[in-house]
Design a protein around this ligand. Structure first.
Ligand code: CDP
Ligand code: MG
Length: 744
């Protein structure tokens, strides 16, 4: 793929290495940033203009001129016409041109929801759904949750009057389970389609079916008593008979809009039978691309140095740094703060804001707030900021050229998160973030020669992830032939086979691969990984649903413990208060309960919520707990608690009977069992791989013979995380269909 920005600006290499060399001799790896900070103290620092604030709390009228200036505004009426004239329309436009925020408003204003129907817009990420909904509500001058709302897993801010509804693609997929014709929607906009998430890909297939079915039945009254139901025509729903009665008898045709930031719309157009594609010309200022002289041995270190070089040498403007995950972001956040402390007072004008998908929504919103006057904002983001969210004020982009992706090996059944180079399209998107409001600079932390070696675009997620959840949902939608489903890109046959096998072993499917009743239906209703939903269902039988709810919530968030390298020993002592000899699952329960006690105590003492939260923050700090993760886990807990209550499950506790709880863990996670080998390593039974217990686990140095685990991470070797010891003799008893006792 051609890189127009690069063609325009054959960039010089910035003084990343030369600066260090001139200050302190040749660069070494890990302590390079430390030395850089020391060097900063003696640096002659020139004046720097404070960055200007680009976004304030504008209300509707104040935002109107901004809206009018967006590239999409000039073609509004043409786009509305195209949507009216085409059942399926593909819109391609550069990030920031106004697709996500404006198009739904144009369609609403043009009267497309006049019959009380809803315009649904899907996003691959929660953060985008929430932030855009808030912005659009502001632009419309309405309260969020009224005309404009959002719905994401564990958080629904919509009402009967909602007409423009932002949601995650996964959520719409779940809605299809309950309303197979998506009868509430008149238009569905699949946004960020170029990201090709599993949910987007599955939705595209499903929507194609729904669209066909709705056009077919649009003109004829549908007779529910007829045997010839839509379910048999390939557009199905969970418990079809019950659901069909909720359907309108007359359904208007469904309009589809596929939006993508990638210029290659052909793949979508072809998939939708030659659907029309239109291009919204964006406004992009020139972005100077700079590469390093040499490959960087430590990109985090290189990123830190670059951030400070920008802060000290470049004129005003915010910095967007692409990192690979929460832990890395938090590490860099701390190092920037430490580095800033060493700067002279007049240079301490830096605010750091993180943004990544698992960050609680209200924290994510901080990224959109302008920095205080005279300050420079440094945004540390995962690829969420590539296209999904438009953050104003960015002039500099730091791009190490890496992205963390989920990768699944269907042969071994091992799913791992791995860090891989970005594609050219992603690199281009990232650099484009710097040129939204004026000329910018993008610092790619790799040599120019590496760019040519990048693949053109990303591999669709469906080709590289565990699709058990998708298969379960498709089965719940009544789709029998998974491999025959009209995917835009088919998942590997082996992945489908493995998923079916896993669902069969979990009891979600019957021997005939039908959804089992009630387990399969129940599992399909809980928006969690099938292993976790099964664990909740089993926990009810084992009388430990209270404990399992906590575990599932705590396992759904990134690392609960936050262990700074320099305070490792102190953190370990603090962690010991929660450690449970049985393993990490009970340890997580201890943490959750202890945090709840802190909150409850503060409330009982008459403190208000703010005081309780402050108390919790202090407690988290003292105990090396990641407050953000804990807060997120509390949210997930309360939502999943709601789900299981709705399903009529009684939430009971096994009390001190941890044996019972561990038996339940064994019954739930029997697919993830590892046995100790004579050499001290473990062998994961499912994948037959040699693994070790991760040093962060409470069982790291234990003598456990047999463990269940929830995560197999691959770094330099295979590590098990979230591990609990179980008795191997339980396995044939609790999962006889999987383990049979071998005859001696
Ligand atoms: O979808 P697309 O990338 O084409 O653009 P958009 O998300 O609709 O954003 C259009 C403009 O709205 C951006 O350039 C931002 O100036 C503004 N915006 C914002 O200020 N805050 C948001 N949460 C979203 C958008
Ligand atoms: Mg957008």
């Amino acid at each position: 793929m051609e890189d127009p920005i690069k063609r325009r600006n054959r960039g010089p290499t910035w003084p990343l290495d030369s600066r260090i060399e001139s200050l302190r001799g040749p660069p070494s790896q890990s302590d390079r940033f430390q030395r850089f900070c020391l060097a900063l103290r003696g640096l002659p620092i020139g004046p720097i203009n404070g960055p200007k604030n680009t976004l304030g709390h504008f209300k509707s009228q104040m935002l109107a001129p901004q809206r009018k200036a967006l590239p999409i505004a000039s073609v509004a009426s043409r786009i509305v016409e195209e949507v009216k004239n085409n059942d399926t329309l593909i819109i391609v436009g550069e990030t920031g041109s106004g697709k996500t925020t404006q198009l739904p408003q144009f369609l609403f204003d043009a009267g497309l929801c006049s019959d009380g129907k809803v315009i649904g817009i899907t996003q691959p990420r929660r953060v985008a759904a929430v932030s855009v909904a808030k912005r659009v509500a502001e632009e419309c001058g309405v309260e969020l949750g009224q005309r404009v709302g959002y719905s994401i897993r564990f958080d629904d801010v919509t009402s009967n009057s909602t007409r423009i509804k932002y949601m995650t693609d996964g959520l719409l997929l779940r809605e299809a389970l309950l309303d197979p014709f998506l009868s509430r929607y008149c238009v569905i906009i699949i946004d960020e389609a170029h990201e090709r998430t599993v949910h987007t890909d599955v939705l595209l297939g499903l929507l194609k079916n729904v669209q066909n079915a709705r056009s077919k039945y649009a003109t004829t009254e549908y007779d529910h008593s007829k045997k010839d139901s839509l379910s048999e025509k390939g557009c199905n729903g969970l418990r079809q008979t019950k659901l069909l009665t909720c359907q309108d008898t007359k359904l208007a045709p469904l309009k589809l809009v596929i939006m993508s930031a990638s210029l290659d719309a052909r793949v979508f157009s072809r998939y939708f039978g030659g659907a029309k594609a239109v291009h919204v010309q964006g406004r992009l200022y020139p972005v100077e691309i700079l590469y390093t002289y040499h490959p960087e041995p430590d990109y985090v270190d290189a990123a830190l140095i670059t951030i400070f070089q920008i802060h000290l040498n470049e004129c005003s403007g915010d910095v967007l740094v692409f990192l690979t995950g929460q832990e890395e972001i938090e590490f860099v956040e701390r190092r920037i703060k430490e580095g800033t402390d060493q700067l002279p007072d007049e240079k301490k004008n830096v605010v750091v804001v993180p943004i990544y998908s698992s960050l609680p929504s209200e924290q994510q919103m901080k990224v959109f707030k302008p920095a205080p006057s005279g300050f420079r904002k440094v945004i540390l983001a995962t690829n969420v900021a590539e296209t999904s969210v438009t953050i104003p004020g960015i002039k500099y982009v730091v791009d190490p050229g890496l992205v963390k992706v989920r990768c699944y090996n269907p042969v071994t059944g091992v799913e791992s998160l791995i860090v891989i180079p970005t594609s050219k399209a992603q690199a281009l998107q990232r650099s484009g973030r710097a040129g939204r409001e004026g000329p910018g600079k993008c610092f790619r932390l790799y040599p120019e020669s590496e760019f040519a070696k990048l693949r053109d675009s990303i591999i669709p997620e469906i080709k590289r992830c565990n699709i058990s959840n998708v298969v379960l949902q498709l089965r719940a939608l009544g789709i029998k032939d998974i491999l025959g489903f009209d995917f835009i890109d088919k998942p590997p046959r082996m992945a489908v086979v493995k998923s079916l096998e896993q669902l069969l072993l979990l009891g979600a499917l019957t021997k005939d691969y039908e959804l089992s009743d009630p387990v399969g239906y129940q599992m399909a209703q809980i928006p969690l990984d099938p292993l976790y939903s099964k664990a909740l269902i089993l926990a009810r039988e084992f009388n430990c649903l209270e404990e399992m709810l906590i575990v599932v919530a705590m396992l759904s968030v990134e690392s609960i413990f936050y262990i700074p390298h320099e305070k490792l020993e102190k953190a370990k002592v603090a962690m010991r208060c929660f450690s449970s000899p049985e393993g990490d699952h009970t340890t997580l329960i201890n943490v959750y309960r202890a945090s709840k006690e802190v909150l409850d105590k503060s409330r009982a003492a008459g403190g208000d919520e703010k005081m309780a939260e402050r108390g919790l923050s202090k407690w988290c700090k003292e105990n090396f707990i990641n407050k953000r993760s804990l807060k997120h886990a509390r949210d997930v807990h309360s939502q999943v608690h709601g789900y299981v209550k709705q399903m009529g499950f009684a939430v009971t506790s096994c009390g001190d009977d941890m044996l019972q709880f561990r038996r339940c863990l064994a019954a739930s996670f029997f697919l993830n069992v590892a046995l100790r080998q004579p050499d001290g390593t473990f062998r994961a039974l499912g994948s037959n791989q040699t693994v070790r217990i991760h040093p962060s686990s409470v069982l790291f140095r234990s003598k456990a013979e047999c463990v269940i685990f929830n995560e197999l991470v691959r770094t330099n070797q295979n590590y098990l995380r979230n591990v609990t010891s179980v008795d191997p003799l339980w396995l044939p008893e609790l999962a006889p269909h999987y383990f049979s006792l071998r005859e001696p």
